[in-house]
Design a protein around this ligand. Structure first.
Ligand code: B1M
Length: 223
């Protein structure tokens, strides 16, 4: 019964229970529930619920940390299944991914990386708290097609602009596309800082990356 399973998944996150989260993920795979459905309909709503309760002062930092631990436990089971799909596809391009300077949130970014991998992208995840200079130097070394920058805090969003500027300074902008995302990020913000695109969730990030790769393959002729 997916509905009941999804509710149990959500509760395992709210309760910060990694063993339960992991066991439910395993059960979902056994029952044939698609891993992405388990993530999007089971676990992610749990993360949103904990975020709301934190904002209302009903939950505290240790609760959020326990929920993140439970989410990681579920992802450890589901991620390999999602990534398997990518191994069967021709390479779609190279993406250098990271969370911006000053920000340690990683769950959404990891999910973006997993789905990109599942769709054939080679993803190099630089982790959290990544400076603009590091994004630029890795993009150059790896001949990246796309740089993806995640930010979860209103205070660290501005560092997405620093990444755009660092790639500009390194002379990489003609060949490297920049995509931004994260809960406080908007399309308007992406345009304002000169990024090439904004994605509201992990699946949209995949579609956007595919579109940008298609644009790179057929550049608009200069007039
Ligand atoms: Co923090 N935190 N947190 N936190 N945390 C939020 C973001 C917050 C909204 C909670 C709240 O108040 N309601 C709030 C930010 C408020 C604001 O800035 N407006 C907040 C705060 C305040 C903080 C601290 C400052 C708390 C403190 O210390 N007092 C602190 C900051 C530390 C720092 O970074 N310097 C902090 C710390 C933490 C933990 C460490 C405890 C933990 C993170 C653990 C970890 O990642 N390893 C944590 C968590 C878990 C959250 C919430 C509850 C959940 C985030 C999450 O994982 N969501 C969050 C509340 C919320 O978001 N509702 C909150 C699930 C994930 C799948 O979604 O990350 O949004 P998300 O990713 C989505 C999309 O955004 C998008 O696709 C993903 C999948 O669909 N996306 C991209 C993300 N990146 C993308 C990149 C792309 C494209 C799409 O292209 C490159």
């Amino acid at each position: 019964m997916p509905e009941t399973s999804f509710r149990a998944m959500q509760e395992s996150i709210i309760n910060g229970a990694p063993d339960t989260a992991s066991a439910l993920a395993q059960a979902a795979l056994t029952e044939g529930i698609p891993p992405l459905d388990a993530i999007n309909e089971g676990y992610v709503p749990g993360m949103h619920a904990i975020g709301e309760q934190f904002a209302q002062g009903k939950m505290f930092l240790p609760d959020m940390m326990a929920s993140a631990e439970a989410m990681r436990a579920a992802m450890a089971v589901l991620e390999p299944e999602l990534k398997k799909l990518g191994a069967e596809r021709p390479s779609a391009g190279t993406v250098v991914l990271g969370t911006t300077k000053g920000d340690i949130h990683e769950i959404g970014k990891v999910l973006v990386g997993t789905l990109l991998t599942a769709h054939g992208f080679r993803v190099v995840d630089l982790g959290i708290d990544v400076s603009g200079e590091r994004f630029a130097s890795k993009a150059r070394d790896l001949k990246a097609d796309i740089v993806g920058v995640s930010a979860l805090l209103t205070t660290t969003m501005k560092n997405q602009r620093s990444v755009v500027e660092a790639l500009d300074r390194a002379g990489l902008r003609p060949q490297v596309k920049i995509i931004v995302g994260g809960a406080p990020v908007t399309r308007r913000w992406a345009e304002e800082i000169g990024a090439d695109g904004y994605a509201k969730d992990a699946m949209s990030a995949v579609s956007l990356a595919q579109e940008l790769m298609a644009q790179k393959a057929t550049p608009v002729a200069a007039t």
